[in-house]
Write a protein that binds this ligand. Sequence first.
Ligand code: NOJ
Length: 732
Amino acid sequence: MIFKRILVVIFVLTAIPNGFVSVIYCQNDDSAIEEKINDLLGQMTLEEKVMQMNQRVYGTNANPNNIDLLEKEVEPEIGSLLYRSTSPIYRNQIQRKAVEDTRLGIPIIFGFDIIHGYRTIFPIPLAQACSWNTSLVQKASAIAAKESWLSGLDWTFSPMIDVARDPRWGRVSEGYGEDPYVNSEFCVATVNGYQGEKLSDKFTIAACLKHYVGYSLSEGGRDYVYSDVSSQTLWETFLPPYEAGIKAGAATVMSGFNDLSGIPVTANYYTLTEILKNRWKHDGFVISDWGSIRNLVDQGVAKDRKEAGYKAIMAGVEMDMVDDVYVENLPALVEEGKVPMEVIDEAVRRILRVKFQLGLFDQPYVDVVEETDRYLRPEYIAVAKNLAAESMVLLKNENDVLPIKPGMKNIAMIGPMLKDSVHIMGSWDGMGRSNDTESLYEGMLNEFGKIANLRYELGCDFDGNDTSGFKQAREISKNSDIVLLFLGEKKNWSGENASRASIALPEIQEQLVEILHKTGKPVVLILSSGRPLELIRLNKMADAIIEIWQPGTAGGSALAEILSGKINPSGKLAITFPQTTGQIPMHYNQRKSARPGIGHYQDIPVGPLFGFGHGLSYTDFDYGEITLSKEKIKKDEQLIAEITVGNNGSYDGKEAVLWFVADPIASISRPAKELKFFEKKQIQKGEEMIYKFVIEPMRDLSYVDGDGKRYLEAGDFYLEVGDKKVHFELID
Ligand code: NOJ
């Protein structure tokens, strides 16, 4: 054994060009990662350590919100690059410099925002949640990882799991809607898709849970402002998806921009160290958001960049995204004795751990393959299409106007979204290209071109006040059997720093609907947006409404096949559509009211327009009664609940069953009900399926307090599925 070790050392000594001493860390064998990290750390100077804690940008700035960008020459000692090139060759060249031309040969970790696909663009995450199909989302994430890895990436700044309670906030499009459990489940699916079985495998990339934490409750839905979150809500609503992601093995976490009830999250010891590291035992690293360390000065908790750096490192942020605050200030802070060397070592240890886990020391380079083998392969497009189809939500379908009947030969297609292939990709569309994206128009031509007369008019633009197209739109509508109106939001109306004070469509689009409604022809609204919309007026004028979100590369054929009936819609809302903007915040799991049902507005109904879980199908799914294995259970027993769902209509279809638990009386007031499980299954027409939910009391019936302590109280509970409800009791 000793002999073998000596041999390896001699080999590596001769293999390293700079001829440095201790070399355990670069042994290409199974030596434990921690041993390798210790060995490497022991050889690093303070400057080398601090460089590992720094991320800079390589490539062109594609995000206008990433302000003050300085393009710099790459220093090969850098810890990470935010890599905006698509070239695996440049990446390998840069990496070669890091590995071969630096004293210790530490590889760089290359990261980028891959939010819903790299070149094959999948529907936005909010849409993905409406599919209720986590295994499809896992597949999509694995494809995104493979396309990214082959483009030179090791790491994505995704998933975003900020539970969305205010649809004015532009970033609702990037997460999985209003429910903590749904965010948790899709977070796990995404992390598993990106990271695969082993991070060191080819084609896998490290995930980054963001933006830790409470960012989505920014006041008034305005981006970058503070979030006032009670500790109860923090633990009940905002932390659970992060905990789920950490348990699933997410390698990294990003601290957000927001101030959390007085302490910015980038300087928040409680969330970053106490919860994430001490309680949840996360052993990867935290990266700041873009410039969020220097933002501590703007937020008024640090007098200058140096103090900002001090606060961030002491709170538990290990890597500085593009700020250079750490490289500029940490060496002095250590020398002055303010930041202990152990803190720096611990930070570097975490960064190196992820690099070792990714296998970067053993295999620092990515494979270079032809672009045709890298991107948009037919099997990727098929997943993109299925996911787009499963995420579209049929909100309304009066008189079964959809699917379009064979007798409806004259189809009017109107609206600015029809021929677009830019906005339907959504914000954060990676390296997606509109040329690769099938427009809704192309989808319609393929599906209906040979069997119907398709006529097109623009009608109006997305916004503005040019009504000159209305007349022509009315003319072709009058002479058609059905009017399809393709409306919605441009892609930059949602995403980062893209909040809207009103979630209604611009007036011009509403006017167009009004005019076409007056033709008396059936009107179908096809809406593409990055958030729920205010549809209170449009709902009255439309016979059918389908929310297609921003469906990505293959949304055109997915929609067309839903309209023709080839695909039966199966999406359900993972976020509430309020009646009006003024109702915000509105989500299904609000806490119970003192006077149930009567704390209302004078001018609008009390409930939402389309609630969480709403979504229609072309077939009829009939739910039987919920059956329970027992009516009383002890705290350590499981309860098995089942419900039979029959497909009694004339289409095969998929049905997602959503299981809610209500805890009517507890020591603290609880949400009226909470989603605890969901499952989607295919049911052929004339057949039925049994859906089963195994209730684990500690997991499904307990609640947390404002410091994360879990309580399981005996008493009455209700289980709800659709309009079915059963009672059971938890006993001591
Ligand atoms: C700022 C955004 O908030 C974050 O989500 C993103 O990952 C970084 N910019 C990098 O682009």
